[in-house]
Design a protein around this ligand. Sequence first.
Ligand code: SF4
Length: 394
Amino acid sequence: MKDVGHTKKAVSLLSAEELKKINDDLRNPIDYRKSGLSLNHIVGCPLDCSYCVRHIFDSYDMRTPKAIMSDDEAVAALLSHKFFQRNITPLQLFNRATDPFLPNVKPHTFHVLNLLDQQRITNHVLLITRYHVNTEDCHFLNSLNFLRVTVLVTYSGIDDAKIEPVNSNIAVKSLMTLYQNAVKYKVIMYWRPIIPGVNDSDRHIERAIDVAKYCHAVATTGLFFRQQMVEHFDKEGIEKPYNEIARRKILPQVQEKLVLSRLIEARLLDSQVAPIFRKTSCAVSYAHRNPDYNGHYGIREICDICPESQVAICANSWTIPSISKVSATASKVGINQIPTISERSVSFHGVPEQERYYVQHTLEFQCHDSLKPHHAHLHGRADIGWDVAHEVPI
Ligand code: SF4
């Protein structure tokens, strides 16, 4: 297997002094998210997207990527992590505090991928980037034998450099290069964040439809807007798109309907336009022709835009788990409650999300917390911009 890039210039380790100063959450390089168990032992990014999740970890000013441990230590920690399961747990790499294709982060990205692939595991691995991906990178990704790799290229089409200093043309070029060279890995156009009044005009949507011809699938979502982002927008004089903050991402009903319908119409006219999905894991799973690893199939209204062939794949593998199966799985991560099980989801009461994701990914069935109810049709989005009075909590 080629070890492209590992000998190229890599990042330096944080000193003990620097390590003490960083946010507690950042010091722990592994956390479990809905899209997968996420490895983040490199922190720091110079790309300065105004809405970056790094605000939440007090690391927005860390512009030089640095490592909190070596790749070998990080991979060992991942493989022995209590939530990791061979061939099951979806993985994500460098999606929290840096970009995996920054020039000095890329050698680590590829080294970690090599180390994981040497384990002969078939887990999904998601790489999210908005940076340059070249042909040599594609050849490396094609050389991996076992991992199911997906590169998600963030494309927003936002023109305002105050909101997003990185020109979206970089993402377009990366998508084209990735798509043209894809043999084993898959590529997703990650059309986000959709922000009302910023990138939802006809012109923006037409451009996005053109870009959607260079990927296996499109996933879309809205803006993550927490108090830290509000403060940054105020400091930089950026007009705030919302008057409220939210725990979940914000994608108002009007904008969701608009981008979905326009892309679906465009695909009917031109089959080169890739299908669009409401959920990241659905786009990834479709690209690999696997059932959705988050088990969204039970939330039937999510699937109304999904290609028939993919609906059949999910339908074939989807089963409502028995209470004994759920309990046996949940008890492995310390959940000892009797859940409620419906066609849509398994529901616990007051169980942390990381444990729930373990159950969800093991059973490929949605696992919710009754303290944080979802609303039908909101698909896990914040309720800002939705008429939740008429939606049933589930
Ligand atoms: S059938 Fe439903 S759950 Fe499966 S990939 Fe399509 S949208 Fe997702």
